[in-house]
Design a protein around this ligand. Sequence first.
Ligand code: UDX
Length: 422
Amino acid sequence: MGSRIAIIGTGYVGLTTGACFAHLGHDVVCADLDPGRIERLSQGHLPIYEPGLQDIVEAGIASGRLRFVVGAAEAAKDCEFAYLCVQTPQGDDGSADLTYLQAAAADIAKVLPAHAVVVNKSTVPVGSTKVVERVLGRHDVSVVSNPEFLREGSAVSDFLKPDRVVIGSDDPSAATRVASLYSDTSAHLLVTDPASAETIKYAANAFLATKISFVNAVAAVCEAVGADVNDVVLGIGYDKRIGHEFLRPGPGWGGSCFPKDTRAMVKIAENAGYDFNLLKGVVVVNDEQRERMVTKVRNAVGGNLAGAVVAAWGLTFKANTDDLRESPAIAIIDVLQSLGAIVKAYDPQVSQHPSINVGSDPYEVCDGADTLLVLTEWDEFRWLDLDEVKRRLRQPNIVDTRNLLDRSAALRSGFSYQGVGR
Ligand code: UDX
């Protein structure tokens, strides 16, 4: 028999968590403040593109195990578990803003049944479990940290087949009850204290961002010494201690997590008395990477961006998502346009943008352009006809910030090709 779970917040984490828990057999009620959003979700209309999510939401609705209501209290009033999946945006000083989390806790404090367990799924600073306990003011309710490690574009499989489930609680029985929700997933289970669980989340994202900034810095060295970063990554990655994962050079990391979580981790350390210089360097390298991509485009069009026409493939922060939040592609295009370049962009998941001219065909955006600029690693870009692209471009230049295209084929077709680190 499944458990009764309330999900507070139907954003990317809340919706995925709720639908997957229903898929695992639990009885799930998802709540949001926005009636329109709840109405559309109840009809199976999702506000986000996430592979596989549409199917399990529809199955959950059809089975009656997944429902949507307006207001946190409505969902939490007869739950056994209340998952807080609200946004924790970056505050002005870089620390996480807990306004929404505290508001959600206050909303459910009055209606939570005795012995319910409140679960922090949102990415929250170390010590937030105590913040939620204080707001709830309920001694018959436990608060547990259960951070998520979902990647956009693979969130459903990341939830159903997690590398690990982390539970942070000072109450062993509450931890055991939360762990039982995941009993149908074959995952390593780590039960620890709340501070450690919250630190695991930030340390994981900080380390992943560090890997990417490291390979982007190595790519810069490769360009300077004439090495090929693809072979360098292959060569170091055979060492099991290093591995090949997450060592793809690119325009820098973006998205709704890494930029926010790296700055929050620096702030958490600083507030606790440690100057996290290493992570500050990771952020600096990432900011510089975007400038390096702009320089590649400037070189491709002959040194002056004013009036240059650029065909951009990709706007999302990475492939297999429709998310534009903190997208390096958007940041790079903004700089190019501010320097006078005329950009026409294509992205399979984006039809319009307030400040960028978005086309509906990857070949059309190449018409009359002085260079093609690949910004997001959509698989479909690999198979487009480079001879057709060359016919449409005004000059046969490619800047490939993802090392996505076949460089040899491009050179054979007469393009000048700039990748990253090669
Ligand atoms: C990340 C973490 O992976 C996930 O565990 C956490 O829960 C949320 O944050 P996400 O932001 O969805 O997930 O995307 P991810 O696949 O990690 O990529 C983050 C950024 O790094 C993207 O801009 C991506 O293009 C970039 N990236 C990733 C690289 O540039 N090179 C790589 O090798 C991998």
